[in-house]
Design a protein around this ligand. Structure first.
Ligand code: FEO
Ligand code: CA
Ligand code: CA
Length: 623
C-alpha cells in the first residue's frame, strides 16, 4: 500500500471545503487548545516539542514527497514528475454563451469583457454550493497593452476603452466541473457571475454613512459602485468570499488642481493618490474617478468586500470594520470560543499587519450578517525579543473617531506605534497548528527612508535586512493557541536570499540553498495537512543577485523541519498567485498572472493570465 493509499484508508477525507475542516477543528478543540498547544512565553520559539503531540504533522513530513523541479526561464509551466497540469480558464474565456472566443486582433469588446473570465487572475477560493463546485476568483488589474491592442501604448483613448478595462477587473464567480478532458468552466451555470468596477455594493460598518463616504451620486454614503484591484482573497466559515482591494489609488486622478480639505489631502498622501493616476485614465472619461469633482470617491475603495457565491443576485458588502488599507488578503480563522479572527496585510513598504476579532461568536447556521461588522481592529507590534502584541485601534488609543479609524486606518496605526513591515502580502493560518504566516515580500526602503506617514523603518525584528530585496516569511504563534489572544511569539520561517552570491544575511536563512532559490514570497496557503505553499512575485531576471532563481514559482514548505522545495515554475514574466483545491482535494488550482510569454496558446498569440488545474497522475490527494 502506498503512503497515499494508507493515508486514505486511515484518514479518509470527506468532500468538504478546507473551511469545514478548520471550523470543526476550532470548535472541537475548545476544551484542550489551551493545554496541548499552550505556547508559554518562556518556551523556545522554534520549540519542535510543540508539535510532537500532533500526529497529522508527524505524518505530513513523510508525505512531503515529490521530486523538486529545477528553475526554468521558458514560457510554460513545469510541475514534478508524476504530476500534470491543464488550463482551467484563461482571460477572455466565456462564462456565458453568446460570447465569442477571444479575438486576437481586438482582444474583445467592452460589453463582452463583463461576461468573460477577467484579466490578471489572483486570489481565489473554492466553494461547494448545493453540490456544485464553484470558484470565486479575483481579477486584479489590467495589462493595457494586451487588453487594448489597438490603443497606442495601451493608453485608453475613449470612454469605451475605459469601460472595457473596468469590465475586465473585479471578481468572477464560476461553476467548474471535471470531465474526461479535465476541468472546465460550466458555461451558463446559474451561479456564474461577473462583478466589475461598476457593480453596486453596500457599505457596512463604522465608516458607512460618514461624511467622508458621501458623494453626489450617493448622499447616504452607504452605496457604492465597483470593487477595485482585487488582490488576495479569503473565505468565511459561513460560505462567503472575501475579496481584498489593494492598489485602488491607481484608478483615480484629477482633471483640475484643487485645494482639498486638510484631512482628505493627508489621506491622499498616505494612500498614494495622485493627479495622474496609473495610466488607467478613468478620471478623463468617467468623472466618478476624477477627485477634483468627487474627492470622497477614493474613500469608498480599499476595503475587504464580502460576496455570497451562492446567490448571484446578492449585493456585495464592503466591510469597513476591517479597515481601509491596500489589502492583500483576508485570512479567516476561529478563536477557540468561536469568535471570528481575520488577519490582513497592507502591502506597501513600511505599512502594517492587522487583525480583526469579532465581538460575537460564529454559530453554524446562525446569523452571520454582523460578524464582520461588530468587532475590534488591531495592528501588530513586533518586539526584538521575539514576542509581539496586537494593539487595539480605538478612539482612546488614536484620538480618532471610529469612522476615521476605519477610513484612515494607516494613520491610526501610525499613532499607536505599530511595526513598519517589509510589505505584508498574504497571511496563511495553519489549520493543524495554532500558528500563522505572513509573506513579507521585499522592501528596498528598509533602513533607508520612512514610510509615507513619516514612520521610521528601522532594521530589526521581523524586518532584519536593510534594503531587503529578497523578502522573508514571519510566523507567529498566539498565546494559549488562541488567535484572539493579544500577545504572540514570533520567528522567521524563512529569509529568502542567495547563498551562491552572498555571505551573511543576504545569503538567506539555513533552509535556503542552491536547490530552492526564490525571492519575493507573496501568495501563501497552508493545506489541510499543514504544508505551507509559497508563491512568488519577484525578480525573474535570473542574473546578478537573482542568479539561479529563474521564473516565478511555487514552493512547498514543511512547517516543522523548515525544509522548502520547489514544486512549480511559471512561464516567463508571470507571477504565480492564487491557490485552492477541488472538493475531493485531488486537484490543486493555481493562478498564473500576467505572463510575458504567449502562455498558454503559444507563439503569435496574446499572453493570457490563466488558472491551471494540477493533478497527480495516480489521482491521489494534492493537499
Ligand atoms: Fe496584489 Fe500585494 O499583491
Ligand atoms: Ca500579491
Ligand atoms: Ca507582490
Amino acid at each position: 500500500m502506498s503512503a497515499d493509499e494508507w493515508d486514505e484508508v486511515n484518514f479518509p477525507r470527506p468532500e468538504e471545503t478546507q473551511f469545514d475542516a478548520v471550523v470543526e477543528r476550532a470548535l472541537s478543540r475548545r476544551g484542550f487548545l489551551g493545554g496541548v498547544l499552550a505556547f508559554g512565553s518562556g518556551a523556545a520559539v522554534m520549540g519542535a516539542g510543540l508539535f510532537d503531540a500532533i500526529p497529522a504533522l508527524a505524518q505530513q513530513s513523510e508525505r512531503f514527497a515529490f521530486k523538486p523541479v529545477p528553475t526554468a526561464t521558458d514560457g510554460t509551466v513545469h510541475v514534478p514528475e508524476g504530476y500534470s497540469w491543464k488550463v482551467l480558464a484563461s482571460w477572455g474565456d466565456p462564462l456565458f454563451s453568446g460570447v465569442p472566443e477571444l479575438d486576437q486582433e481586438t482582444a474583445g469588446s467592452a460589453d463582452d469583457a463583463a461576461k468573460v473570465f477577467g484579466e490578471n487572475t489572483d486570489g481565489m477560493e473554492f466553494f461547494l454550493v448545493n453540490g456544485k463546485q464553484v470558484i470565486a476568483v479575483n481579477h486584479e488589474y489590467t495589462n493595457n497593452a494586451v487588453n487594448l491592442p489597438n490603443a497606442p501604448e495601451g493608453l485608453p483613448q475613449s470612454a469605451e476603452d475605459v469601460r472595457k478595462l473596468q469590465n475586465l477587473q473585479g471578481v468572477a464567480v464560476m461553476e467548474v466541473a471535471e470531465g474526461p478532458d479535465g476541468w472546465a468552466i460550466v458555461v451558463d451555470s446559474p451561479l456564474n457571475r461577473r462583478i466589475t468596477h461598476n457593480t453596486p455594493m453596500k457599505i457596512s460598518g463604522p465608516a458607512a454613512g460618514h461624511d467622508l463616504m458621501k458623494t453626489e451620486a450617493d448622499p447616504t454614503g452607504t452605496e457604492s459602485l465597483g470593487t477595485f484591484n482585487n488582490c488576495g482573497s479569503g473565505q468565511t466559515p459561513w460560505g462567503t468570499y472575501l475579496t481584498c482591494e489593494e492598489n485602488f489609488n491607481g484608478y483615480f486622478g484629477a482633471t483640475e488642481e484643487v485645494d482639498y480639505p486638510e484631512q482628505i489631502a493627508e489621506g491622499y498622501k498616505r494612500y498614494g493618490l495622485s493627479k495622474d493616476g496609473w495610466d488607467y485614465e478613468y478620471h478623463k472619461y468617467d468623472s466618478r474617478f476624477d477627485t477634483s469633482k468627487n474627492p470622497n470617491e477614493p474613500h469608498r475603495a480599499g476595503w475587504v468586500v464580502e460576496i455570497d457565491p451562492s446567490d448571484p443576485e446578492s449585493t456585495p458588502v464592503k466591510r469597513t470594520a476591517l479597515g481601509r488599507i491596500k489589502h492583500e488578503n483576508a485570512e479567516v480563522t476561529l478563536a477557540p470560543d468561536g469568535r471570528v479572527v481575520v488577519y490582513m496585510g497592507d502591502d506597501e513598504r513600511g505599512e502594517f499587519l492587522y487583525r480583526f476579532v469579532s465581538n460575537d461568536v460564529y454559530v453554524p447556521g446562525g446569523d452571520t450578517s454582523t460578524l464582520l461588522e461588530d468587532g475590534q481592529l488591531y495592528v501588530a507590534k513586533f518586539n526584538d525579543d521575539m514576542t509581539g502584541e496586537w494593539v487595539a485601534l480605538t478612539p482612546d488609543a488614536t484620538g480618532m473617531s471610529a469612522p476615521e479609524i476605519a477610513i484612515f486606518t494607516r494613520i491610526a496605526a501610525s499613532k499607536v506605534g505599530a511595526t513598519t513591515m517589509d510589505r505584508p502580502e498574504w497571511v496563511a493560518v495553519n489549520p493543524v497548528s495554532a500558528e500563522a504566516y505572513c509573506a513579507l515580500t521585499n522592501n528596498k526602503n528598509r533602513g533607508v527612508k520612512t514610510n509615507a506617514g513619516g514612520d521610521e523603518q528601522p532594521v530589526g525584528g521581523p524586518n532584519p535586512r536593510e534594503a531587503n530585496e529578497y523578502g522573508q516569511i514571519v510566523r507567529w504563534r498566539p498565546a494559549s493557541g488562541n488567535h484572539a489572544s493579544d500577545s504572540f511569539d514570533w520567528d522567521l520561517y524563512v529569509m529568502a536570499g542567495n547563498p551562491t552570491v552572498h555571505d551573511g544575511a543576504y545569503a538567506g536563512s539555513e533552509n535556503v540553498n542552491e536547490g530552492n532559490l526564490f525571492n519575493s514570497p507573496d501568495g501563501m496557503a497552508v493545506d489541510t495537512t499543514g504544508v505551507v505553499w509559497i508563491q512568488t512575485d519577484g525578480d525573474y531576471s535570473n542574473e546578478g543577485d537573482f542568479a539561479g532563481n529563474g521564473n516565478n514559482q511555487m514552493l512547498a514548505g514543511d512547517p516543522v523541519t523548515g525544509r522548502i522545495e520547489r514544486f512549480l515554475t511559471g512561464p516567463n514574466g508571470s507571477e504565480v498567485t492564487g491557490l485552492c483545491w477541488s472538493a475531493d482535494r485531488r486537484t490543486m488550482f493555481v493562478g498564473i498572472q500576467h505572463p510575458d510569454a504567449p502562455f498558454p496558446d503559444g507563439e503569435g498569440k496574446l499572453p493570457r493570465s490563466s488558472i491551471i488545474a494540477i493533478k497527480r497522475d495516480d489521482n491521489a490527494y494534492v493537499g
